[in-house]
Design a binder for this molecule. Structure first.
Ligand SMILES: Nc1ncnc2c1ncn2[C@@H]1O[C@H](COP(=O)(O)OP(=O)(O)OP(=O)(O)O)[C@@H](O)[C@H]1O
Ligand SMILES: [Mg+2]
Length: 356
């Protein structure tokens, strides 16, 4: 069975959905519930990711999904999984005006041409980016038949099968697999619809060992890159420079002690440079400036890190609220803490949106 990779709010209506962002360090899960016209966030959970240097086995994943469902109070059996950056490929491509099923078939046959990679034993999915009237008119003028802009994604068939099996073993039902990269984009579209539609911005998600950079140009994914620096790179750097343990360095970093500012800066600077290089690439290619950088992921909880990125990129780098457009119906302490934890929930919320 080929599990579809639905993006960007392609609806299959569930009234409740558990969405799991299996991070390398921390698993983030949210429970979203449809309440008439609005979506409510009724619970979230942060759990340590299964400690594993290797790929996590279907048995480990089943156990972990069970723990996630328990932490959320076992409200529903439907579960959506955000696929990590290393497990799903996402590209914007152009395809002729053909039905979606045909697009998937073409990708399966011709992925080398369209995605510039040999991807044997993969499943593919597509999302058609709604054409804008004016842009479409231009395309018609030049070529006669306008092509469609399409987001294409691929993941290994085995990975999809393992997820289905793990969910079943956990007493759950695998509903959607969503490329993690799409998470922040989906969430951003709902959280800041005006900016999404009209502006050219970068979405940066700083993870554990990696950072993803997406440039959104008036709602289209113009560029996506992965940088091999994340929150853990900063912690490891601090530990080495200050000659302290990893755990101490983590505590100091999260505590935002100003005494370590200079040491932290040394490791944030290369991250800033890599992000800048991605933005430069886009700006030179498209002759259009990126106006703002919106940062998510655990490290976006640190004002100091955002400030450092700002001075490196010479662009405002800000965190944003991925739950602002949801009705908040969280129990006690969670209602208080969601404001701080928010940036870390961006991918899980966005993956859930693909499933409603
Ligand atoms: N308040 C904070 N200040 C600075 N860094 C923080 C803070 N809170 C969490 N982090 C960092 O965030 C990182 C974890 O972020 P996140 O949960 O987004 O990663 P992940 O999703 O597990 O990783 P990936 O996306 O690469 O798989 C850790 O390195 C942690 O040190
Ligand atoms: Mg992550």
């Amino acid at each position: 069975m080929a599990l579809p990779l639905p993006f960007l709010n392609k609806g299959r209506r569930r009234s409740q959905m558990i969405s799991v962002d299996l991070g390398s360090r921390t698993t983030k899960a949210v429970l979203l519930e449809r309440r008439g016209e609005v979506l409510a966030l009724t619970r979230y959970a942060l759990l340590d990711a299964p400690a594993s240097e290797k790929r996590i086995s279907p048995e480990q994943l089943a156990e972990h999904l069970r723990a996630v469902a328990d932490a959320l109070g076992n409200p529903t059996k439907y579960v959506t999984l955000a696929v990590g950056l290393n497990d799903a490929l996402v590209r914007q491509i152009e395809l002729p005006q053909i039905p979606l099923a045909e697009m998937r078939r073409i990708l399966k046959m011709n992925h080398k041409n369209y995605l510039q990679q040999d991807l044997p034993n993969h499943v593919f999915d597509c999302h058609i980016i709604p054409p804008r009237l004016n842009k479409n008119a231009d395309a018609t003028k030049s070529s006669g038949v306008p092509k469609l802009k399409v987001l294409a994604a691929a993941t290994k068939q085995q990975f999809a099968n393992d997820f289905i099996q793990a969910a079943t073993n956990a007493g759950l039902v695998a509903d959607c697999l969503v490329p993690g990269l799409i998470g922040p984009i989906n969430t951003f579209e709902q959280a800041l619809p005006e900016v999404f539609e009209k502006e050219t911005v970068a979405l940066v998600d700083i993870g554990f060992k990696h950072t993803s950079v997406c440039v959104l140009n008036q709602g289209e994914l113009a560029l996506n890159r992965m940088v091999n620096v994340g929150g853990d790179t900063l912690t490891a750097g601090l530990a080495e420079t200050l000659g302290i343990s990893h755990a101490e360095a983590e505590g100091i970093k999260v505590g935002m002690s100003s005494e370590v500012e200079a040491a932290l800066q040394m490791y944030v600077t290369p991250l800033g440079r890599e992000i800048r290089a991605s933005l430069d690439f886009f700006e030179h290619q498209q002759d259009r400036p990126v106006s703002q950088v919106y940062v998510s992921g655990g490290s976006a909880r640190s004002e100091m890190i955002l400030q450092m990125l700002h001075s490196e990129l010479l662009l405002e780098c800000k965190t944003w609220n991925p739950t602002g457009f949801l009705q908040l119906a969280l129990p006690g302490q969670q209602a208080v803490e969601v404001e701080h934890i928010g940036p870390q929930l961006t991918v899980a919320v966005g993956a859930a949106l693909a499933a409603f």
